[in-house]
Structure formats: structure tokens, C-alpha cells
Write a protein that binds this ligand. Structure first.
Ligand SMILES: [Mg+2]
Length: 259
């Protein structure tokens, strides 16, 4: 355990590349989650993926051997729903997305409609339809505010990359001349709403991530202590290419275990 982790009361952690890798748990991740639970630490596991509900993700993590209660999961879909509910009471939304997003919007008190919505909200889906995209384009051209859950252009699959939310947003932007407001990482908004959820304060909260250009930069911008782990996309030699630094670089989350 690093000395620097001692006065941290709340933890935010990325999921892929930090706790799991292609559905396999990262060694030490399960022990760290149990340590936080036993110590009564407040924590959230964050993901930019807006497809799944926290319940779905909790079940998926459980099948990978990691026990994360659904209330400890924070997705870009939840952050987007909270953002919209804060922006406007009884907001109306035309939504392209899966259960993770539609459930989050419903629970935030948003009304889903395809008639004159206040917002068009774009999230991750595996079933984009030309018809739905055409409708979104017409509604945005007609004045609906354009929001997207996350900027990622591609996502992983066993067969190769998949077009993701950012790629479909680019299509809509090309057709409308409007760029979306993007709620997920690297927008520190996602961390701020996560901290609100667990009543965390930036001075005593840390972010653990595997990406310099999302987790670490957004953690810095949100005023958090940042821990980069090398179990994901970033290699140690990549760090110097960025104009910012994490507070700490760890081989893996196992380095945060108290022995
Ligand atoms: Mg990651």
C-alpha cells in the first residue's frame, strides 16, 4: 500500500483495464473491493459504457468473480440522466440507446418521446437504425438540444472493433452542423456527479484509471488524487508523451492492498 492512499476516504475507479480485462478479473481487484467494503470506504466503479444498467453490470462483474453491488456502479448513462434532470424539470427526450440509458432517464424523471423533445440523447447501442438516426437529425435540426453519453469512437468485441457512440454522433454532426454535449469521461462532469452520489469531497477522493487521456486528465480536472495503473492500455513509457502526470503510477490495483 502506498502512504499516499491513507487519507483517502472515497474512491472512484474505472472498470475495464483496472478491475477487469476482457471479462477476466485483474489480480488483486477482488481483494481491493473487499477491503473497501470491510473498511466502509465509499466507492464507485465508473464506466463510459451506457448500454447496461448498474444491475446488469453488477451481474457481469459477479460472473467475472468481482462483487460490486449495483449502487456502487456509475455509468455515463446515469451521469447523463442526472445532468438532464438538473438542466430541466420534466425534460422530454428522444433517445437512441439501450436499457442502460432508457432506464436511467426514466428513473431521473425524464419523459421519453419522439414528438418535439427538448433533447436528443445518443447512447451506446448495437442496433442503430437509419430511421432512428434520421429522426434524431431532423429533431436536432428543428432545435432539440443534442447530448451524448460518451465520446468513444469505437468499442471492443471479440471479432474486432465496433462503431461506438462517438462515431454515430459524428454522423449526426455532419448532417446537422451541431456537436453534442458529451457527459462521459473525459468530461469531469461524470466524476462530479459520481462524487455527489456518494457525498464525496474532491480533497479526500481519488480516481484510479488506465487511460491518461480520459481517467487521469478528468481526475485532475475534477481536483482528485490520480492513480494510473499499468494493467490496461497505458504502458509506463507512454506517460511522458502527455503534458500532465498522475499523482501515482502503480503496476496494478494490487499495490493498493493493505497487507
Ligand atoms: Mg479503462
Amino acid at each position: 500500500m502506498t502512504d499516499s492512499s491513507q487519507n483517502i476516504e472515497c474512491w472512484l475507479t474505472d472498470m475495464d483495464g483496472v478491475l477487469v480485462h476482457e471479462n477476466a478479473p485483474v489480480p488483486g481487484a477482488g481483494d481491493l473491493l473487499n477491503q473497501w467494503r470491510d473498511q466502509g470506504k465509499r466507492y464507485l466503479v465508473l464506466t463510459n459504457n451506457s448500454i447496461y444498467t448498474p444491475r446488469d453490470l453488477s451481474a457481469r462483474l459477479s460472473s467475472s468473480g468481482l462483487e460490486v453491488p449495483e449502487e456502487n456502479i456509475w455509468t455515463s448513462a446515469l451521469a447523463t440522466a442526472v445532468f438532464i434532470a438538473d438542466q430541466q424539470e420534466r425534460a422530454t427526450v428522444y433517445c437512441i440507446g439501450e436499457a442502460g440509458l432508457t432506464t436511467a432517464l426514466h428513473e431521473a424523471g425524464v419523459i421519453l418521446t419522439d414528438q418535439n423533445p427538448d433533447f436528443v440523447v445518443l447512447g451506446e447501442t448495437r442496433t442503430y437504425s437509419f430511421e432512428a438516426i434520421t429522426r434524431a437529425i431532423r429533431l436536432i435540426a428543428g432545435g432539440a438540444r443534442f447530448i451524448s453519453t460518451n465520446p468513444d469512437a469505437t468499442g471492443p468485441s471479440l471479432d474486432g472493433v465496433l462503431p461506438a457512440t462517438g462515431a454515430i454522433a459524428a454522423l449526426i454532426t455532419k448532417a446537422t452542423g451541431r456537436v453534442p454535449y458529451v457527459v462521459g469521461k473525459p468530461n469531469p462532469m461524470m466524476f462530479r456527479s459520481a462524487m455527489n452520489r456518494i457525498q464525496a469531497h474532491s480533497e479526500t477522493t481519488a480516481m484510479i484509471g488506465d487511460r491518461m487521456d480520459t481517467d487521469i486528465v478528468a481526475g485532475i480536472e475534477a481536483g482528485l488524487k490520480t492513480f494510473l495503473v499499468l494493467t490496461g492500455i497505458t504502458q509506463r513509457e507512454d506517460i511522458r508523451r502527455y503534458p500532465f502526470r498522475p499523482n501515482h503510477v502503480l503496476d496494478s490495483v494490487a499495490d493498493l492492498l493493505e497487507r
